[in-house]
Design a protein around this ligand. Structure first.
Ligand SMILES: [Zn+2]
Length: 361
């Protein structure tokens, strides 16, 4: 290994589980993180510093002041500029380690684009904030036969599970209850029946501690590095899946061994309903009073749109990535792919009506 690289990663090379050969392998490895909030930023920071050679980060959102308490890659200037999180994260991570490749993609991962965005990566990492996307990631990972790591955090509590498709329990094995086919988790919002404590709560209702995200992201990062190094069979020669949870406020730690569900909807019956788009899309976002409209894929000229709207709306701002303006009491943020976030309502009819009026039907 190049002496400068050796020096940079020396403390990790000294660690017996990695060594020089392991470090070289990490530098040649790649992974994709979906979602760049509290978990995603902490995870990306650890992996980029560890020298994971090629990291893709996909996120649909932009930086706001309320993110700064826990989303460790972002700064006040990112929030002031309303930079997309994927763009702000890519810039910061490049400054942290210019020797690895980081690609930030501003997109909302959904059934239509999930395979395109995730294919080719040998590891998928969860930094999302909702169960619709997590079950979609579970479907994609099983369909593509790549490992993925589920992680979630709310309030002072976090949980994580590493999934090796058809070898260990998947997210559907863990969280979907049995019963007649097609009966489980039909609800478009909220957690499926049987989800662990905290799954019905969101950061919007009960808040979230940066410390909890840090613990879970650290466990997820260590699991990721083991998978990228091929060191997954530490549990006595066979893959074991454990649902691990930690509450930083009470200090309670749990690690429960999970077995596959022999009748699992996803990993046994190959019913990929989230990937096939049968489940309803997620419309209301975590952390604010907003509706996202994301089923429209159209290329918009944001600067031209901003000039056209300027006479009729208030506070038009455009930063090359998104266009934002106010139609009191609402605030609309439009991305170049036609996606929109309408703040100030949870009513999808109002959001659709505003979209049609200002952007087009
Ligand atoms: Zn399963």
């Amino acid at each position: 290994m190049d002496p400068k690289l050796y020096e940079r990663y020396s403390r990790q090379i000294l660690f017996g589980g990695i060594g020089e050969a392991g470090q070289q392998r990490l530098l040649e490895s790649s992974a994709v993180i979906v979602g760049c909030g509290a978990l995603g930023t902490a995870l990306a920071n650890l992996l980029v510093r560890a020298g994971v050679g090629n990291l893709r980060i996909v996120d649909r959102d932009f930086v706001e002041p309320s993110n700064l308490q826990r989303q460790t890659l972002f700064e006040e200037s990112d929030a002031a500029e309303a930079l997309p999180k994927a763009v702000a994260a890519q810039r910061r991570l490049h400054a942290i380690n210019s020797g690895v490749s980081v690609e930030g993609i501003v997109a909302d991962v959904g059934p239509k684009n999930a395979e395109e965005l995730l294919r080719g990566f040998p590891l998928i990492l969860d930094g999302t904030d909702n169960f619709e996307t997590r079950f979609l990631l579970n479907d994609v990972a099983i369909h593509l036969d790549v490992p993925w790591i589920y992680a979630a955090v709310v309030a002072s509590y976090g949980v994580t599970l590493t999934v090796h498709p058809r070898k260990t329990a998947c997210l559907a094995c863990a969280l979907e209850t049995g019963g007649p086919a097609g009966n489980e988790n039909g609800a478009p919002h909220g957690a499926p029946h049987g989800a662990p404590h905290g799954a019905d709560d969101t950061c919007d209702t009960v808040g979230v501690l940066g410390a909890a995200a840090g613990v879970i992201a650290s466990i997820e990062a260590a699991e990721a590095i083991k998978i990228l190094l091929g060191k997954t069979e530490l549990g006595g020669g066979r893959l074991v899946s454990r649902l691990t949870s930690f509450d930083v406020w009470t200090g309670r730690f749990q690690s429960v061994r999970l077995e596959r569900n022999p009748d699992c909807r996803a990993c046994t019956r190959n019913d990929f309903r989230y990937l096939e788009g049968e489940a309803q899309p997620h419309m209301t976002m975590c952390g604010r009073d907003s509706v996202q409209i994301h089923e429209r894929r159209r290329q918009l000229d944001l600067a031209a749109l901003g000039r056209r709207l300027a006479p009729t709306v208030a506070e038009v701002r455009e930063n090359g990535f998104l266009l934002r303006f106010r139609v009191p009491p609402y605030e609309m943020t439009i991305f170049a792919d036609g996606r929109a976030i309408i703040k100030g309502t949870q009513d999808t009819r109002i959001a659709r009506s505003l979209y049609a009026r200002y952007i087009g039907a």
